[in-house]
Ligand binder design. Sequence first.
Ligand code: FAD
Ligand code: MLT
Ligand code: ZN
Length: 462
Amino acid sequence: MTDAPLTSLRAALPALRLLTDPADLEHYGRDWTRRWRPAPLAIALPDSAAQVQALVRWANAEGVAIVPSGGRTGLSGGAVAAHGELVVSLERMQQVLGFDAVDRTLTVQAGIALQRVQELAREHGLQYPVDFAARGSCSIGGNIATNAGGIRVVRYGNTREWIAGLKLVTGGGELLELGRALVKNSSGYDLRHLAIASEGTLGIIVEATLRLTDPPPATNVMLLALPSFDALMQVFSAFRERLQLQAFEFFTDVALTHVLAHGAQAPFAETHPYYVVTEFASDAASEAEAMAAFEQCMASGWVSDGVISASDAQAAALWRLREGITESLARHVPYKNDVSVRISAMPAFLADTQALLAEHYPHFEVVWFGHIGDGNLHINILKPENMPQEAFVADCERVTKLLADVLQRHSGSISAEHGIGLVKKPYLGCTRSAAEIAAMRGIKAVLDPNGIMNPGKLFDPD
Ligand code: FAD
Ligand code: MLT
Ligand code: ZN
């Protein structure tokens, strides 16, 4: 790579902050996958939508590929720049642009962190309900670009439900204002929804107007120990029938072992094969229903132990057992599957998947957890220490092909919430028909005519 594009970029946008230090290229060129070697051209740090637009126009003229970058907490390689792309980081675009109490909306620049948005909503007596462990580092732009889910989807839905409007600088360099925060708008295609889950392949989201809602009720957190996988969906049904659940998450003893090794406190004296963390309102009626559900599950043999939080500190300690899993596994650079099926298809899918993985991964440690109340399972395969990364990934990809067949049989998705990125690109066809993928390519060709936006992510260029 010559310096010519950078000289041209500096001349075209003299006020743009650019980083080219090797440590910065390494830092901004990768996400949490840690599988690809970062090799970006440079890192651009625009501070306004106008600067982003000028950048994109320059990139079109020069034929330079762009990788939009938020907090780089992504788990699918979507923000990886390994082929001389220009990383466009929105970290200098974190302004709060407005709050409207009547519309109950908050307008922000897209580089702002999810946790800051949650805090701002609380300061206004409201709630932004998308939530997950990367809240402190991930950005609203990245959340929108992946349609992030998390631990409250069972109650509030995915990011998509909370985007009242957004501004997108398309790959062609147009600034589109999409959605306008209208509650009702039947005036043709809703292009806002194309930007959501587009993984930076159509343009750069520069602003978002987020819907806020009533604050959550005071809650209790309950941890349940389960003797078998088969009991999982029964326990979910028993609790969901009686309570409005704020969360219903699951993990195995293997996951717990890693979190405990990472400093968490053991919840029970004995170990159990499966665990559920659930959260519900702490009013007297809800507590009574929760106890009734618990007793029903104990009597049916679906639950073998349980503990309920008596303080905020205890609730946080119980949540840590679930939310700490990703971080506790990070040093193993796990191969991640993030799959979903309809909730009703979950029991049959779980049985098939368990059989498949038991047969094909006898030699690897497999960590199961996930948002079981949404039909979303995370399966993390840990690399044995002495195994080369390439051989490990090749073996996992062989099994993922088989898993993709199981998903196709159960009408599921190869990515529930992390996105396709680089990691799941070979399996897109198990979730989307050939006609759908062709339509997606057509949409990209219209919004990104020169194919400069995050090329090679989601699908390969034509
Ligand atoms: P990045 O990783 O920077 O980028 C992700 C994708 O979005 C890339 O394709 C990138 O090009 C694109 N992008 C980023 N910003 C923009 C923009 N402004 N315009 C256009 N495209 C853009 N995800 C969940 O869904 N649920 C979870 O429960 C969850 N838990 C997590 C827990 C941990 C500990 C970690 C590390 C990750 C977790 N994730 C989870 C994954 C990740 O946090 C989400 O995918 C998040 O939405 C990514 O946001 P980001 O700002 O870090 O995006
Ligand atoms: C989670 O649910 O904890 C996240 O999606 C992160 C992960 O899958 O590792
Ligand atoms: Zn998740």
